[in-house]
Design a protein around this ligand. Structure first.
Ligand SMILES: C[S@@+](CC[C@H](N)C(=O)[O-])C[C@H]1O[C@@H](n2cnc3c(N)ncnc32)[C@H](O)[C@@H]1O
Length: 240
């Protein structure tokens, strides 16, 4: 088991990850705002090596699929022992248990908000052909997908979920403002952003943004957000 950071922020939001590759963590979660928040103890990360719960001298974690077919499947007994062990860690008993899986419910901003509002997450990163169905049911795992494509393992998906939730925790982002106008808030994509220089390769910043008239700026941004959403993601508006 590995803890990041070493100091125990007992009440901090926590991510507990079960994986065959704990060395992948914190990885990208250790840099920039999310990494600074980790170092500051605003959230906590623990990894558990599933192989520690493997069977026999070779610590086997997988076996061939019942019914035949290619690949290997993570064993239910091994995964259950890893989950039960992780649950015994202080503060981990009530974490929602999520199996990252391409057939899960799609990760969304709303789900990230829901998870950020709770005590944290316990995440199972699958490998091979996936995980024996019985442990998904037996340990009441919620399945979450990060998109309609297949990754080689659940670790990157776990990192995506953690990043999306942690940046919503109080104190992680500098300006609260930068959250309220983001894409997916209110069922809209974000309006276009510009910065200096005023002219670049003959392209200028829209005049309204330089007008100093905040009412007009807000109206322009709202109209642009609606236009982009209509053009690119009409499904978002219908869902909100
Ligand atoms: C090669 S995939 C297994 C794919 C599985 N045979 C299927 O067709 O659904 C190995 C692991 O990667 C993770 N994974 C792959 N794609 C994912 C996605 N889109 N979202 C979340 N996790 C994913 C899961 O943990 C999965 O157990």
């Amino acid at each position: 088991m590995a803890h990041f950071p070493e100091n125990d922020g007992r009440t901090a939001w926590r991510a507990s990850v079960l994986t065959l590759f704990p060395e992948m963590f914190p990885g990208p979660l250790g840099v920039s705002l999310v990494g600074q928040a980790l170092a500051a103890g605003l959230w906590r990360l623990t990894t558990h090596q599933i192989r520690d719960f493997g069977i026999g001298r070779h610590r086997a974690v997988d076996d061939t699929p019942a019914g035949g077919g290619a690949g290997m499947v993570l064993r239910a007994d091994v995964v259950a022992n890893a989950v039960d062990h992780a649950r015994r860690e202080p503060g981990a008993a009530d974490l929602p248990l999520i199996y990252l899986s391409p057939r899960g419910e799609p990760l969304s901003q709303a789900l990230s908000r829901e998870l950020a509002a709770g005590p944290g997450v316990m995440l199972l990163a699958g490998r091979f052909e996936g995980v024996d169905e019985r442990v998904i049911e037996g340990r009441s795992m919620r399945e979450v997908s990060i998109g309609d494509y297949v990754l080689s393992g659940g670790e990157l998906a776990a990192m995506v979920l953690i990043d999306a939730a942690v940046r919503l925790l109080p104190g992680v982002l500098g300006a609260e403002e930068s959250l309220t106008h983001e894409s997916f808030e209110g069922g809209l994509l974000e309006y276009p952003q510009y910065t200096r220089p005023r002219e670049w390769e003959g392209l200028t910043i829209p005049d309204v943004l330089l007008s100093g008239d905040h009412k007009r700026i807000d109206a322009w941004r709202r109209a642009e957000a609606e236009r982009l959403t209509r053009e690119r993601r009409p499904d978002l508006k219908r869902r909100s």
